[in-house]
Design a protein around this ligand. Structure first.
Ligand code: ASN
Length: 305
């Protein structure tokens, strides 16, 4: 815990931040053009993403209510989209990861994702939108950040739609538990992992009505070993199913009280996803580690300022 972050390389950081600027401007303009409305981020709330892996607790009490710092805006997105139709947010997330995640090169305990949700959309719609965003942003950075990419000696290829889709079970069968890392290292273009088994994900991902035990969700993985880019999918929206899934996870409904109350009033279906901004910038820059993209990185287990 005494080990402090390494001195920053100011040149590479400056390039990364310029690329970060291009990414944010491009996504904002692109989504607005598609009719998406930007909503402000939620920093703390009474219900946040339970996540499917353990992180340290960030909850606190305020006037007798328990709050938690946002791990993702998933529930807020699902509620706001009911009346705003198509939304996005640059959403800061705090996930106090365990120190073993420091060595992955792609985990920060504080990061921002661009979080998107669309009413009555299907997984296919969201896959198509995410592909447009990835294809578009790579082309934009190639065009706008030639100097930075040259200085970083980074060659980027603009991928073509549609990206390859691999079913979770097939990937697991062929490559075993480490399939994501192995496939990411082997592939030369971004690809999808779809149809993730129910026990691997949170209760809000919708179970496929035609494929029991599997979810209508999707993970986007970068090539060249850069790993996960995005996760998302269709949402569970019927209250009976939400309650069943919370129970299946062994979680208490109390933890998600306001969301469950809102869902009890009836929700329309929606789908969405989030793209981690720092991971994307790291990929675009071709950096070995994610902490190289931000001046104040929160590396799991290390002292941060
Ligand atoms: N943003 C993700 C989604 O839309 C959720 C997450 O970050 N855990 O599904």
């Amino acid at each position: 815990m005494k080990e402090v972050i390494e001195p920053l390389n100011r040149d590479t950081l400056r390039y990364a931040l310029r690329i970060n600027g291009t990414v944010r401007a491009y996504f904002s303009a692109f989504l607005r053009e598609q009719g998406y409305l930007e909503i402000p981020p939620v920093i703390y709330s009474t219900a946040t993403d339970p996540l499917n892996h353990p992180v340290f607790d960030t909850s606190f009490e305020y006037y007798g209510e328990k709050y938690s710092i946002t791990k993702s805006m998933i529930f807020h997105k699902q509620i706001a989209v009911q009346y705003l139709n198509k939304i996005f947010a640059f959403s800061p997330n705090v996930r106090l990861e365990t120190s073993d995640r420091a060595s992955t090169g792609r985990h920060l305990s504080e990061f921002t994702q661009i979080d998107i949700e669309c009413l009555k959309a299907s997984r296919d719609d969201m896959i198509s939108l995410a592909e447009d965003m990835i294809v578009g942003v790579i082309a934009e950075v190639k065009e706008k950040n030639k100097t930075e990419l040259n200085s970083l000696k980074r060659t980027l290829n603009v991928p073509k739609k549609p990206f390859v889709r691999i079913r979770y079970e097939d990937a697991f069968r062929e490559y075993g538990k480490q399939f994501e890392d192995l496939l990411s290292a082997k592939m030369t273009a971004p690809f999808w992992i779809i149809d993730i088994p129910i026990k691997e994900r949170e209760f809000y991902d919708r179970e496929d009505p035609n494929n029991e035990g599997f979810l209508l969700d999707m993970d986007l993985i970068y090539p060249e070993g850069f790993g996960e880019a995005s996760s998302g999918g269709e949402r569970e929206f019927e209250i009976e199913k939400i309650l069943k899934r919370v129970k299946l996870k062994g979680q208490s409904t109390d933890q998600f009280k306001w969301f469950i109350e809102a869902a009890s009033g009836g929700l329309l279906p929606s789908a969405g996803f989030g793209i981690g901004i720092e991971r994307l910038v790291r990929y675009l820059c071709g950096f070995p580690r994610i902490d190289m993209v931000t001046p104040f990185p929160k590396i799991p287990g290390k002292l941060s300022i």
